[in-house]
Design a protein around this ligand. Structure first.
Ligand code: S5P
Length: 377
């Protein structure tokens, strides 16, 4: 563990203080959520069906501040933008108060990661508050994701609906099919061309064609966006507003797996990239805090976390999974390493009662944080 980081002001600062200093709107929100829920726990929801994912998100939601997904290992993921799995997770996130982090580990050239983030069936940016990037391709991947997020952000407040109808207003007119037959025009809609064109001076209706273009702008947070989702999904977690629309990025700066190829220089390059993109990069996936310069206030989220088996002493050492994964306890990661959020998958998912176990992890990780900052519980 890096001694310099342990002397950094953020090591002893409370999450409430760090919320006040945070410049990234989503980091500010997350710190406040952590204080409100007394939780610095992220569930790594590595389950293989959409049904299990939604069930576990609903059950564990009250204990966590972040739900981490790997959407590509989920069978039956419904891609519908308003009623699909992403939208349903979003409704659960609002109800229980957590952010969604898609652990996509983007790792390609800029233009490809932009498309992977915003396009395809999954349209990750629509439902994931946070994503992460593998820095192998270099800083351009971060810049590219930031650009894509900024473009998305500038559009997101308004959903644009355009309907085009072609035909004539006279009785023997023919109508071509509407391109978008569903929505009735909203009150704010403007019609082009003006209605005076509807009089055709007695010319045969079938020759005259009038195009009506209806374009309406609807706030994306309109209740209509919740429609199609089960009743009750409009419920919102009390005590805090809904998250801001700004998206956040975590840089994969260190890994938990044995023999990983990340070097100190590589980690340092990740920190530099984060400093250059502070309005998009919230922090790191790392094994310890990486804050070292005075102005740094990045969030460290740490996977490779488990509690010792019941009755065993917490000496910080836990057996790995036999496939390279290494584990440390919350007290070591948060208390000594200065990590802010622990990421736990199988430690919770494989427990006899995941709900009870999640509460256990929440309490231990929160206690480690309180001890670190010298706060009485
Ligand atoms: O270094 C890493 C980075 C990540 S994001 N090590 C990890 O284990 N992860 C992810 O954390 C991994 O992909 C998995 O989803 C989760 C750890 O799961 P667990 O079951 O071992 O707690």
């Amino acid at each position: 563990m890096c001694a310099a980081s342990n002397r950094h002001p953020t090591f002893k600062a409370s999450f409430a203080e760090r919320a006040n200093n945070a410049t990234h709107p989503l980091a500010n929100y997350l710190f406040r959520l952590m204080e409100l829920k007394k939780s610095n726990l992220c569930l790594s929801a590595d389950v293989t069906s959409a049904r299990e994912l939604l069930t576990i998100a609903d059950r564990i939601g009250p204990s966590i501040v972040v739900l981490k997904t790997h959407y590509d290992l989920v069978a039956g993921w419904d891609f519908h933008p308003q009623t699909g799995t992403g939208a349903k997770l979003g409704a659960l996130a609002r109800r229980h108060g957590f952010l969604i982090f898609e652990d996509r580990k983007f790792g390609d050239i800029g233009s490809t990661v932009q498309l992977q983030y915003t396009a395809g069936n999954a349209r990750i940016i629509d439902w994931a508050h946070i994503v992460n990037v593998n820095m192998i391709p270099g800083k351009a991947a971060v810049t590219a994701l930031q650009q894509a997020a900024a473009r998305w952000r500038s559009r997101v407040n308004y959903e644009v609906r355009t309907s085009v109808s072609v035909g004539t207003p006279v009785s023997d007119s023919f109508d071509e099919e509407d391109e978008n037959p569903t929505p009735a025009p909203l009150p704010s809609s403007k019609e082009l061309p003006p209605p005076s064109n509807l009089h055709n001076n007695g010319r045969k209706g079938s020759i005259v064609s009038i195009t009506t273009l209806t374009q309406s702008f609807e706030p994306v947070d309109s209740p209509r966006f919740a429609s199609g989702i089960a009743e009750g999904d409009e419920l919102v977690y009390a005590g805090i507003e809904e998250p801001p629309w700004e998206r956040g990025l975590l840089i994969l700066a260190q890994m938990s797996s044995a023999g990983n190829l990340i070097t100190k220089e590589y980690t340092q390059a990740c920190v530099e990239a984060a400093r250059e993109h502070k309005d998009f990069v919230m922090g790191f996936i790392s094994q310890e805090t990486l804050n070292s310069e005075q102005a740094d206030d990045f969030i460290s989220m740490t996977p490779g976390c488990q509690l010792p088996p019941e009755g065993d002493e917490d000496d910080g050492n836990i057996a790995g999974d036999g496939l390279g994964q290494q584990y440390n306890t919350p007290s070591k990661l948060v208390g000594l390493g200065g990590s802010d959020i622990v990421i736990v998958g199988r430690g919770i998912l494989k427990a006899a009662s995941p709900q009870v176990e999640a509460e256990q992890y929440r309490r231990k990780a929160w206690k480690a944080y309180q001890t670190r900052i010298g706060q009485q519980s």
